[in-house]
Design a binder for this molecule. Structure first.
Ligand SMILES: Nc1nc2c(c(=O)[nH]1)N[C@H]1C(S)=C(S)[C@@H](COP(=O)(O)O)O[C@H]1N2
Ligand SMILES: [Mo]
Length: 492
């Protein structure tokens, strides 16, 4: 009998785990059917709120990488576990066929159970079985130290397989996402008008600042989960339930048969830095939410509602705000892209991004207030947005002048003026402003040009539509959104 060091078994099992995960990726893509996706959901759902809040404050965006990395490690570990069991039986009990077979069956069942995709689970089970088989085969010529050579060949082959799986998916990436198709011709007219309006009202800015409508690529993204739900309009429905006279359920076809409107709506995330870029605007196509609410006839005590989504996200805020809301299935003339909530999302005018639930499936009217996903984690992000003026670009022009530019936003209060100081706040001038877009919840672009004289401390601040000056006092994004004036040192 050949002696198998257990270290060697662990190496083979790890390779089996890694190639198994790669195989699942090859079969399913970076979607919710990928083995890592449900594990990531579990990690996100079970991480205590205090840890999430701490991570957001101290680790920031990288927190996302940490939970996805952890989910990968768990997935690899689970599949490696099935290979260890197989190797143990194959080697310890000298039952290679049973051992290898068992590891394949275990890897398949586990993946099928976790992803609920029995067919795609073969993608994970295949490589696990092969690696277990290679690790289980008795050695033929010990004098060549073939165990090491085999380990090396196996590692290289495993890496090659992982590379192939990734390459294959990159080539076919387009098939992985839903949405983004052109909307019906019949609804197109109003959209074109608004797109043209945004185009013609956008200022001529030399620096790298988005126009008045952000493209799909520019529009920011905030998701609690790494993997977007993949909902087809045919499978989708929305139910208004809870403290209501009557439950109301609408299908996608019923919803899109309701009066269709096109609106500019700007979104901003409460979690972004003061001068961050999680602020964007689009033309949205959808229908007002109020008729649905009226039909359901809310009766709850608190005047509040919990909105729930396919990815497990939930947020609670006043019905009053919800009544002004919009159910959108289109964005910039196309069906809502998967990452922005395909097929239907909510847009709530003037409130922080988190109220704009993507992949919406349920509106529950409540009797008493409850925390939503982010409020459980310490945020206060369901109310109206703070006023902000962003300084997104500074550019030296051909004529030697400096151009500073950005966007300003104050939700439904609107922006009345943007003021610039080039001397650290001692004196102030008005910036050039883009004409206001139609709509009650839209940003404005600003631009200012000056003749530089050495180094300048540029400060920018907005005055909202109610004449209120943006507060100067600085605060972090956590928990109620960043405040303060954006300042930047600019050289001519
Ligand atoms: N279902 C669901 N809806 C969601 C979120 C989410 O993670 N899941 N994130 C919220 C947050 S915090 C913000 S800022 C906006 C971002 O929308 P966007 O990704 O389309 O820009 O969506 C909100 N709606
Ligand atoms: Mo957000």
């Amino acid at each position: 009998m050949v002696d198998y060091p257990s270290r060697n078994a662990v190496s083979f099992a790890t390779l089996a785990g890694m190639t198994g995960v790669a195989g699942s990726y090859m079969a399913a893509g970076y979607t919710r059917e990928f083995l890592v996706a449900p594990i990531d959901d579990l990690v996100v759902g079970t991480t205590p709120g205090l840890i999430v809040a701490w991570m957001i404050e101290n680790v920031g965006e990288q927190g996302h990488l940490l939970h996805i990395a952890l989910s990968f490690v768990i997935a690899i570990g689970l599949l490696a576990g099935t290979a260890i069991v197989g190797l143990h039986i194959a080697r310890g009990f000298e039952r290679p066929v049973i051992g290898v077979g068992l590891s394949g069956v275990l890897a398949w069942s586990l993946t099928a159970l976790i992803t609920a995709e029995p067919l795609l689970a073969v993608g994970a089970a295949g490589p696990v079985t092969v690696l277990t088989a290679v690790g289980a085969t008795p050695l033929a010529a010990p004098e060549h130290d073939p165990s090491r050579r085999r380990a090396l060949i196996s590692s290289v082959s495993a890496l090659a397989f992982i590379g192939t799986a990734i390459g294959f998916r990159q080539l076919t990436a387009d098939d992985d996402t839903a949405g983004g198709e052109p909307l019906d011709e019949t609804t197109d007219d109003g959209i074109a008008t608004l797109m043209q309006e945004a185009e013609s009202k956008s200022l001529d800015i030399r620096g790298d600042v988005p126009g008045l409508v952000s493209t799909f690529e520019e529009f920011y993204n905030v998701d609690i989960a790494e993997f977007d739900p993949n909902l087809s309009p045919d499978d989708w429905s929305l139910t208004v339930t809870g403290e209501v006279g009557d439950d109301v359920t609408v299908t996608f076809d019923e919803l899109t048969d309701m009066p269709t409107k096109h609106r500019f709506v700007t979104l901003r995330c409460v979690g972004e830095n003061l001068n961050g870029a999680k602020l964007d605007n689009a033309v949205w196509t959808g229908t007002p939410i109020e008729p649905l609410l009226e039909e359901a006839d809310p009766e709850g005590e608190c005047g509040c509602a919990m909105l729930r989504a396919e990815d497990g996200y939930f947020v609670q805020f006043p019905i009053e705000a919800l009544e002004d809301g919009f159910l959108a299935w289109g964005m910039n003339g196309r069906s809502l892209p998967q990452s922005h909530g395909h097929p239907v999302r909510v847009l709530i005018p003037g409130h922080w991004g988190e109220t704009n639930v993507k992949w919406l499936t349920e509106i529950e009217l409540l009797d008493e207030e409850m925390d939503g996903y982010w409020e459980q984690r310490g945020w206060h992000g369901t109310g109206p947005v703070n006023t902000v003026a962003k300084l997104w670009s500074d550019t030296v022009l051909d004529n030697g002048n400096v151009e500073v530019a950005g966007h300003a936003y104050a939700g439904t209060r609107g922006i009345e003026r943007v003021e610039i100081s080039t001397d650290g706040g001692s004196t102030w001038q008005d910036a050039e402003l883009s004409e206001p877009l139609r709509g009650i919840d839209v940003w404005r672009q600003w631009r200012y040009e000056f003749e530089p004289d050495g180094s300048h401390e540029v400060v920018v601040r907005a005055i909202d539509g109610e004449g209120e000056l943006q507060p100067e006092e600085r605060s972090d994004a956590f928990p109620s959104g960043a405040t303060g004036w954006v300042t930047k040192t600019v050289h001519g």
